[in-house]
Design a protein around this ligand. Sequence first.
Ligand code: AMP
Ligand code: MG
Length: 299
Amino acid sequence: MVAIPTETVYGLAGNIYNEGAIKRIFEVKKRPLFNPLIVHVHSIEQVESITIEFPEKARKLADHFWPGAITLVLKKNEVIPDLITAGKDTVAVRIPNHPVTLDLLRILPFPLAAPSANPFNRISPTQAQHVASYFEDDVPMVLDGGPCNRGLESTIIGFKKDEPIVYRLGAISLENIEQVVGKVQVMNKKEKTPDAPGMLKKHYSPRTKTIVVDNVRQYVQQHQELQIAVLSFSDAYKSLKVKHVEILSKERDFKKAAAGLYQALHKLDDLKIDLIVAERFPMEDLGRAINDRLNRASQ
Ligand code: AMP
Ligand code: MG
């Protein structure tokens, strides 16, 4: 088991056929065994060697976005161990778009299972240093590939009767996906379904209490007694009495905001304050996925 860079977040990776490595990933992360892992491969042929079906729209998405931040959930064949998929008959796969990890995957004679390299429920790591400080000696090696340029987990898409369903919003926006395959369904968060295991409500959390609001100025003015840091999309919130304002993108660029989100949460979490007040994003483009992560951080 070693930590690897991807364009989304850093992963804790192991040979999918090595039971010891895979068990160690769950153990080090303290991840429940019912939460399946994403399998990382270097080519569509390699996907075909571990699956039994490739619906037409899945192929369109793969051709268009891979290597990239879309994970496809496909019917698996018998070579994939149950430990990887939590016993399900599907496997989540993607070709990551990071030069170091793509090289590694091309050299290795096996795919790598890799969940995000954070302890269960903590903020995902977007720099090698985040991984090293989370795990210290428990992770023997972190392959440093620089900061992750997407900075948000992949968008996960499954298929029902060959029609795509988004299980998890992520680094590729719904708008971009719909340009390629037309209208897609997004799974309702409240819906409890065995098709999307491990999509827990609380996730990606700082230790500092975090809330998401529409009106930052008003909220802060009503809570003057607290030491607050603000996570803002573009506004500097001048003249507001707070400890710190972290701006994600002055130009209101969603991609830039997503890329800096976890880095900002790591930083604010280290300030030793009472509360992080995050501004809710517009529900469009990557704003949807950013709001999803902020909501989970605030549970
Ligand atoms: P992580 O690697 O930490 O970003 O988490 C991977 C996510 O992929 C998990 O939360 C699972 O819900 C999802 N996932 C993995 N395998 C499957 C699968 N076979 N079916 C549906 N979702 C999956
Ligand atoms: Mg994760």
